[in-house]
Design a protein around this ligand. Structure first.
Ligand SMILES: Cc1ncc(COP(=O)(O)O)c(C=O)c1O
Length: 348
């Protein structure tokens, strides 16, 4: 039985071209700055996002960690949404390792932060009671808000407040290319609204490992040091960079297919008794949908999906998350809907 795995776009496997590029990659010791493939990727990603410099890191988590440690010192504060990936799912790294405090403001359902709430959260720098506000984080697309896409215009409203108070803006752009493709704009327009950006190669872009951060040359110099601190400097990392280069060159435009598949999936879910979805929230490759069948433990439904060959996880007691990605075709979406429909008949 073929399994349809919609748990995450991180389950994507490298493409044949990536495997070939990994095999043929020119390598050197990147801690000496001598890996030509890493150097090429870092230049390429900086140029693509319109920033001065780039840095390869192991993961999205490391990219956010190293970026925030480079903006903020011990006792400083970072402002982010209460549903930010960095706040919920990165093991509290900036507090654990950096002594950096987090202040949350409510995420709006569209993934945004209300600029007025951000402004209220910024501390008076002259009051000794307070940590010092240093950075505001945005996330685009926004994972826990169902892959919500933030436009550059929306981001600019938060950036304006941050800049007026001398704060940096960091973007968790794990899926920034999904945002750019969904908006039909150059990814630079999004990156321009942040001082630093973290982006993942190992999600919808299908590379096996790796993320990059981009920003000013000074920021990346500091980040390179902080990457060393957390043990993230690698030697012949060109084997990772080689696949990331293919990801940037060949895998961006096809994200549109994932978005279309997500929409078709959501429209189908809307028709299934016992499930519901707000179609307005489906803007990229993530579909967050609800269990409306009463008195049914969501974990029983997840188990029943798995037993039929459909992997979808729940994110809380009432909601599931499905993610479309490379390797999931239109027929898989039809098959997934057929399974959901059949399974839900047991529960309603
Ligand atoms: C929005 C967002 N940021 C950061 C990350 C962390 O990436 P990684 O799993 O590579 O550490 C993820 C992973 O799912 C994510 O969805």
């Amino acid at each position: 039985m073929r399994t349809i795995d919609l748990r995450s776009d991180t389950v994507t496997l490298p493409t044949p071209r990536m495997r070939e590029a990994i095999y043929r990659a020119e390598l050197g010791d990147d801690v000496y700055g001598e890996d030509p493939t890493v150097n090429r990727l870092e230049e390429m990603v900086a140029e693509r996002l319109g920033k001065e410099a780039g840095l390869l890191v192991v993961s999205g988590t490391m990219g956010n960690l190293v970026s925030l440690l480079s903006h903020a010192q011990r006792g400083d504060e970072v402002i982010m949404g209460h549903l930010a990936h960095t706040y919920l799912y990165e093991a509290g790294g900036i507090s654990v390792l950096g002594g950096v405090h987090v202040r949350t403001v409510p995420n709006l359902p569209n993934g945004m932060l209300d600029p007025k709430e951000v402004e209220l959260a910024i501390r008076d720098p002259n009051n000794v009671h307070f940590p010092r506000s240093r950075v505001v984080c945005l996330e685009n697309t926004h994972n826990r808000c169902g892959g919500a896409v933030l436009s550059p215009q929306q981001m600019a409203t938060v950036r304006e407040v941050a800049k007026r108070h001398g704060l940096a803006v960091h973007l968790d752009g794990a899926r920034i290319f999904n945002a750019a493709v969904a908006l039909g704009i150059d990814v630079r327009e999004i990156a321009a609204q942040a001082d630093s950006v973290q982006l993942c190669f190992s999600k919808g872009l299908s590379a096996p490992v790796g993320s990059a951060i981009v920003g000013s040359a000074d920021f990346i110099r500091e980040a390179r040091r902080n990457r060393k601190v957390v043990g993230g400097s690698m030697r012949q990392a060109g084997i990772i960079a080689a696949a990331a280069i293919v990801a940037l060159e060949e895998m961006v435009d096809r994200l549109a297919e994932d978005h279309e598949n997500a929409r078709i999936l959501a429209q189908g879910i809307k028709e299934i008794r016992g499930l519901d979805v707000d179609l307005g929230t489906v803007q990229s490759n993530i579909v967050i949908f609800s269990l409306t069948a009463e008195g049914v433990p969501i974990t029983d439904v997840v188990k029943a999906f798995y037993a039929e060959g459909l992997k979808i996880n729940n994110i809380d007691a009432g909601r599931f998350r499905a993610v479309t990605h490379y390797g999931i075709e239109r027929e898989d979406i039809s098959a997934a809907l057929a399974i959901m429909s059949r399974v839900m008949q047991q529960f309603v």
